[in-house]
Design a protein around this ligand. Structure first.
Ligand SMILES: Nc1ncnc2c1ncn2[C@@H]1O[C@H](COP(=O)(O)OP(=O)(O)OP(=O)(O)O)[C@@H](O)[C@H]1O
Ligand code: SF4
Ligand SMILES: [Mg+2]
Length: 328
């Protein structure tokens, strides 16, 4: 039986600008089950971080509903909001800018422990002991206890960010490009650490990235976004083995997934990118799509379930079919 921890319904986030209204997130719905990882992928500007910020109430949605364990995130106030803020933590892309340069590693990790009174009536010694435990959990040497962020390399700084998020014993962690600022050799170490923490603590993750190889390694389910909308949503393995949306096909053609095999031919995307400002009511991928045809001129395609748990928003993908009806 499914145990939904997070539910997002018809989420929209528009930004009013001098040039018009940016449809950063446009009618996005999904769920995340407890203990699982949802990957959100798509190219720069497709709205991944805006979805993520709305989930954590760092941005107020224009409309839509978000529920965490049945609690309405958008309507939460006072102690309810405080509890949500504790249960839902974030790991940032750039660990350096998210760590206070004037504080030691000890103080950075201790701050959420103290703020949230995680250890009742804690003495300084209790806090120091818990900080050291957290440092050990994320693989930071004890000698770094009194160091400052600038004395650490990128991988270690990200470990501090992870320890700080874990300090409040969250149930849910949102990672927004957590390894893209790190050297490739360090990326795998941090991903392995996150995966181990998830296993050991039963954490639920949202993993936001433009890197498909990372999301393949990490996710149970994946949603692919294009210009503010979900164009495909499926279990990770199904998405990689049987991508249906022309945009997903193009994204996947550019990477190698060893256990699934090399892609036949790289699909290069040409054509103009539709503006996210007041976009027309039609497929937003049309100008770049190799499969575009007369069927495509029928308004915005809706997500339909083409096979169990596999949803695609394309006028040319039919239910119960694993091919695209039209060809370009
Ligand atoms: N405060 C803002 N005001 C106006 N437009 C914004 C604002 N924040 C984001 N946007 C726009 O919303 C769209 C989605 O941005 P977002 O940062 O969510 O994309 P992203 O998928 O996270 O991209 P990246 O991979 O580059 O991080 C973009 O067109 C962006 O320019
Ligand atoms: S609706 Fe048409 S233009 Fe849009 S992705 Fe499908 S085939 Fe391409
Ligand atoms: Mg982003």
């Amino acid at each position: 039986m499914s145990d939904v921890m997070l539910e997002v319904r018809n989420l929209k986030k528009y930004f009013k600008t001098l040039r018009g209204t940016v449809h950063a997130v446009d009618d996005v719905s999904f769920t995340v089950e407890r203990g699982k990882t949802l990957g959100i992928v798509g190219e720069s500007g497709c709205g991944k971080s805006t979805v993520g910020r709305c989930l954590l109430r760092l941005l107020e949605p224009t409309s839509g509903e978000i529920y965490f364990e049945g609690i309405d995130i958008c309507g939460a106030k006072g102690s309810e909001l405080k509890k949500l803020r504790k249960d839902m933590q974030m790991i940032f892309q750039d660990p350096y800018s998210s760590l206070n340069p004037r504080k030691t590693i000890r103080d950075i990790i201790a701050a959420p422990l103290l703020e949230n009174k995680i250890i009742p009536n804690a003495t300084k010694k209790d806090i120091d002991t818990r900080v050291l435990e957290l440092m050990e959990t994320v693989g930071l040497a004890e000698r770094l206890f009194n160091s400052y962020p600038h004395e650490l390399d990128g991988g270690r700084r990200q470990r501090v960010g992870i320890a700080r998020a874990l300090a409040v014993q969250p149930k849910f962690i949102e990672c927004d490009e957590p390894v893209s600022a790190l050297d490739v050799s360090i990326q795998a170490q941090i991903l392995n650490l996150l995966k181990k923490l998830q296993r050991d603590r039963g954490l639920t993750f949202i993993f936001i990235t433009h890197n498909l190889s990372v999301v393949h390694y990490f996710s149970d389910d994946i949603i692919v976004m294009y210009l503010g909308q979900i164009v495909e949503k499926a279990p990770a393995r199904e998405l990689f083995e049987n991508p249906m949306h022309p945009y997903t096909k193009a994204l996947l053609s550019a990477i190698l997934v060893p256990e699934i095999g090399n892609r036949k031919q790289r699909i290069r995307l040409a054509g103009e990118v539709t503006s996210p400002i007041d976009p027309p009511d039609r497929c937003r991928f049309e100008k770049r799509c190799h499969y575009a045809c007369e069927l495509c001129n029928q308004g915005t395609p809706q997500l339909i379930e083409v096979s169990p748990n596999h949803f695609v928003a394309c006028h040319c993908v039919q239910k119960n079919s694993n091919t695209i009806a039209a060809g370009g």
